[in-house]
Design a protein around this ligand. Structure first.
Ligand code: GRF
Length: 202
């Protein structure tokens, strides 16, 4: 499976995917890592592993659609079949979504549909939930609304801060994101009536 990873920041989820590819437990190849920010640490991680990187600066594009058209062209030129959003801090438009139907994934640091959007961990703490977690989902036109692939749960502790809760959630992200990509690579994911069906391992 040829994948393209879109990033804006640290890239710890990118790293988790790279690690599983390199240990042989994820049958995929990262054809390119694309960042909208030139200083994203994720780019250093990719280069360290010999992965092609591109910086596509959103500020030089007139609008979101023209930016996404450039993304599509770049991803297609690399033969990408699955687009993995890993801390990509941009809203994507139907231009990208239509080019990769049910083939764009995102990870969100809450148990969707609870706490979509920015600062999900802060929202969870403010609400007072006793568990939270993370969700890998296919991307559709809404914000964090697409069909859910895998979720993992963590406890929320009385003395948690945004940082301690985020760290606990991220540990789980690094397990479930590569696993979701693995299920896709094995052809085990189908979407029916907006729900993801996971076929048993053959
Ligand atoms: C993660 O917390 C993810 O849930 C959110 O952005 C963060 C990315 O972290 N979508 P990293 O860049 O993969 O370290």
């Amino acid at each position: 499976l040829t994948i393209g990873v879109l990033v804006s920041g640290n890239g710890s989820n990118l790293q988790a995917i790279i690690d599983r590819i390199e240990d042989g437990s994820l049958p995929a190849r990262i054809a390119c890592v694309i960042s909208n920010k030139a200083d994203a640490y994720a780019l250093d991680r990719a280069k360290c592993h010999g992965i092609t990187v591109h910086v596509l600066d959103h500020r030089i594009h007139a609008g979101r659609e023209s930016y996404d058209a450039a993304l599509v062209e770049l991803l297609r030129s690399h033969g990408v079949r699955l687009v993995v959003l890993a801390g990509f801090m941009r809203i994507v438009t139907p231009v990208l979504i239509g080019a990769f139907p049910h083939a764009i994934m995102n990870i969100h640091p809450a148990l969707l549909p609870a706490f979509p959007g920015l600062h999900a961990q802060r929202q969870a703490l403010q609400y007072g939930v006793k568990v939270s977690g993370c969700t890998v989902h296919f991307v559709d036109e809404g914000t964090d609304t697409g069909p859910i692939i895998i979720q993992a749960v963590v406890p929320v502790l009385d003395d948690d801060t945004e940082d301690t809760l985020s760290a606990r959630i991220q540990k789980e992200e690094h397990h479930i994101y590569p696993e979701a990509v693995n299920l896709f690579a094995q052809g085990r994911l189908t979407v029916d009536d907006r729900k993801v069906i996971i076929a048993p391992a053959s």
